[in-house]
Design a protein around this ligand. Structure first.
Ligand code: SF4
Length: 196
């Protein structure tokens, strides 16, 4: 860079002024390491999952705190799109981006409940009781209503009095297995948001 005589004196004047300000104590305060905000995802546990809202099935990463040790409960505090997921490549729509509120909602259902016939109250039951109850009711209803042949004598093997709704967040493999189980029982009323 070429500097003429006038420019040279200007540069020298600016340098002297800056060092004088520092000498007078009006220079900026030094920054200390303890004032740095730590990266919020440091020391967290990651779990990959699928957004449960719609059939697009975007991949998400759930970040939680907690060591995972006995008597330590994990707390999911941040969710973001999974950049390695082939469906969404890290993006999420506003619904998916707000998933953490759904997880932490005080009205979120976290355990099985039953409302007995004639009752207007929901009662909490254990997972074991829920599975036993579902199995019992499925068996009883299928035994009572399974149709082997139609009026013409053709084999139809259908069960029309029970339906099945499956989750949109299922993987291809889970969806395939769900389809096989439901159809093998003879259920025709079957839907899945992901259109298995
Ligand atoms: S993030 Fe949005 S588009 Fe993706 S699965 Fe969830 S609701 Fe559907």
């Amino acid at each position: 860079m070429e500097v003429n005589r006038r420019q040279f004196f200007k540069i020298c004047g600016a340098g002297i002024g800056a060092s004088s300000l520092a000498a007078l104590g009006v220079a900026p305060e030094p920054a200390y390491a303890d004032s740095i905000r730590h990266f919020k995802l440091a020391n967290t546990r990651e779990a990959r999952n699928t957004c449960p809202y719609c059939s697009v099935g975007c991949g998400v990463i759930l970040y939680s705190r907690g060591s995972g040790g006995k008597n330590v409960s994990q707390n999911i505090f941040h969710i973001e799109g999974d950049a390695d997921h082939p469906v969404n490549r890290g993006t999420l729509c506003p619904k998916g981006a707000g998933l953490v509120d759904f997880i932490q909602s005080p009205s979120r259902l976290q355990y099985p409940q039953v409302r007995e016939p004639g009752s207007n109250e929901w009662k909490r039951i254990s997972w074991d009781d829920a599975f036993k109850r579902i199995a019992r009711l499925v068996k009883d209803d299928r035994d009572a209503n399974f149709i082997e042949r139609n009026d013409s004598g053709d084999t139809v093997n259908r069960w029309l009095s029970t339906g099945f709704l499956a989750a949109s967040a299922s993987s291809n493999e889970a969806g395939y297995m769900t389809h096989k189980v439901v159809r093998s029982l003879g259920i025709l009323g079957f839907d899945n948001q992901a259109r298995v």
